[in-house]
Design a protein around this ligand. Structure first.
Ligand SMILES: C[S@@+](CC[C@H](N)C(=O)[O-])C[C@H]1O[C@@H](n2cnc3c(N)ncnc32)[C@H](O)[C@@H]1O
Length: 203
């Protein structure tokens, strides 16, 4: 495992119970985000991966919405929590950098706030891995912190980055995706949020 991922793993491992208590229930998610994910996943036919699933609340939610979904995360404690809470859903320790599925296997990938700790130069290789793993025409839904300029900031668990939507969209297009929808939201007391729905171009 590369050093940066080892740092993310140990930072989340130290706070896995706390994180699960705060965010591990789908009811803690914003209603607009639940609506977005539920509508998106219903457009997909075939296997879906929750990449960087944390304690698995979105994976369980997508399963409840009819998806054939699995979750992977770097942090064994999250995977252990997720397996107990959602026993009918497959969860495995794994990395965004190598999803462990054949080329074109997936109908879609959800990466909900799981790319936020990647150094900017490491985002493009992860998006290329998503493009390898997703079938042509398949979907990708990303959630992340939004800002007018790319910024590194001291996230509560470990340093993270916030991104302009246009800049992230450009990386997605370079990796072979077309942008379907973008969403932004600023709620008092929270960092600005963005979501992008993209589709892998067909040829
Ligand atoms: C902010 S949490 C989001 C977790 C979950 N998606 C959610 O919405 O609660 C970021 C997650 O990404 C995972 N993560 C970060 N880098 C990763 C990597 N390289 N491979 C797999 N998981 C990673 C972390 O372990 C952590 O669970």
């Amino acid at each position: 495992m590369i050093e940066a991922d080892a740092g993310v793993r140990s930072a989340y491992t130290a706070r896995a119970d706390e994180y699960t208590g705060l965010f591990g229930s789908i009811e803690a998610a914003h209603p607009e985000d639940r609506h977005l994910v539920a509508e998106w996943v219903r457009t997909l036919t075939g296997p879906v991966l929750d990449a960087g699933c944390g304690p698995g609340q979105w994976t369980g939610f997508m399963a409840d919405n009819g998806a054939d979904v699995a979750g992977i995360d770097l942090v064994p404690d999250f995977i252990a929590h997720a397996r107990i809470r959602f026993p009918s859903v497959p969860f495995n320790v794994g990395s965004l950098r190598s999803l462990g599925v054949p080329q074109g296997h997936l109908a879609g990938v959800l990466a909900w706030y799981s790319l936020i700790h990647l150094a900017p130069e490491n985002v493009a290789p992860v998006l290329r891995e998503f493009a390898r793993a997703i079938a042509p025409g398949g979907g990708l839904l990303l959630g992340f912190f939004e800002s007018g300029e790319l910024r590194r900031f001291p996230h509560a668990v470990t340093d993270a980055y916030s991104w302009p939507v246009d800049r992230f969209s450009g990386l997605l297009e370079t990796a072979g995706f077309s942008i379907v929808e973008t969403h932004t939201r600023s709620d008092a007391g929270h960092r600005p949020h963005a979501a992008i729905i993209a589709r892998l171009t067909s040829e």
